[in-house]
Write a protein of this length. Structure first.
Length: 261
């Protein structure tokens, strides 16, 4: 296969309402991941801000708005703060397993419970078990489901309290989607713990980064991603460390014509 024949074809979606910033429209550019070079392509695209969803790699391509910024934690330099250390200690009893990308009924039930608690009425709320199986199993790259369980008792596996669909890329771990017992007061902070566990896993594996997807300045839902320092953001000149000043920059506003659209 020649380099030319391996060059991906990119497509652009039609504009649709932005799920993060009211009054804005989102648009994505995407390409298919397939064939024996899918992993290499996914790695390369990940370094320039693309994310994977099943067999598609995508990134925002919105007119007049650059609020979505790719972020990645620098794993080997990360030092947990006091709150994060307490969380790591609190959940040190959990049994964590990197499973093959095979969907289970238990995982789906946990996802459904998570969506009902955190994202009722959202775009994923109507997913059935077949949709979830596609989400997990249609991966053309090195992918896992990291499971988090309460301790086993008398040989019986403990309750599943968290899971994350995770890609292993050449330069890090990419957290595709995580879900957990968000409605259970006995397990507060599970989402944060899953991120911390991925950072430690990447460091132990000699991988420099953990990719957290997109940080959206001004979106309260995305604010948690900047708690893991040092963290890099992808800008016009490449990756650079996020500073406190970066968190206060003014987002580009849509044009008058776009605001009226």
């Amino acid at each position: 296969m020649t380099a030319l024949s391996r060059f991906p074809r990119f497509f652009v979606t039609s504009p649709s309402p932005c799920p993060y910033l009211p009054g804005r429209q989102e648009r994505k550019i995407f390409t298919e991941l397939s064939g024996q070079h899918a992993g290499e392509l996914n790695d390369a695209l990940g370094r320039i801000g693309f994310r994977r969803s099943q067999s598609v790699a995508y990134r925002p391509s919105c007119a007049n708005c650059t609020a979505c910024v790719s972020v990645r934690v620098v794993a080997d330099q990360f030092q947990p703060n006091a709150t994060q250390r307490k969380l790591l200690k609190r959940y040190g009893d959990l049994e964590v397993t990197a499973c093959k990308p095979w969907a289970t009924e238990e995982q789906y039930e946990l996802l459904h419970r998570y969506l009902n608690a955190r994202h009722p009425g959202g775009g994923m709320a109507a997913m059935d078990d077949n949709d979830y199986a596609d989400m997990v199993e249609q991966s053309p790259v090195s992918s896992y489901v990291i499971e988090y369980r309460e301790p086993s008792v008398n040989g019986v596996r403990g309750r599943l309290v968290g899971a994350c669909i995770t890609d292993r890329q050449a330069d890090g771990l990419s957290m595709i989607y995580s879900f957990f017992v968000a409605d259970d007061e006995t397990r507060p902070g599970m989402g944060n713990y899953i991120i911390l566990d991925h950072i430690l896993r990447a460091r132990d594996a000699g991988l420099p980064y953990v990719y957290l997807g997109y940080w959206v300045k001004g979106s309260e839902r995305m604010a948690y991603k900047t708690r893991y320092r040092p963290i890099e953001v992808l800008g016009p000149n490449g990756w650079s460390l996020l500073t406190d000043e970066d968190e206060t920059f003014a987002m580009p506003m849509p044009s008058k014509a776009r605001a009226l659209a």
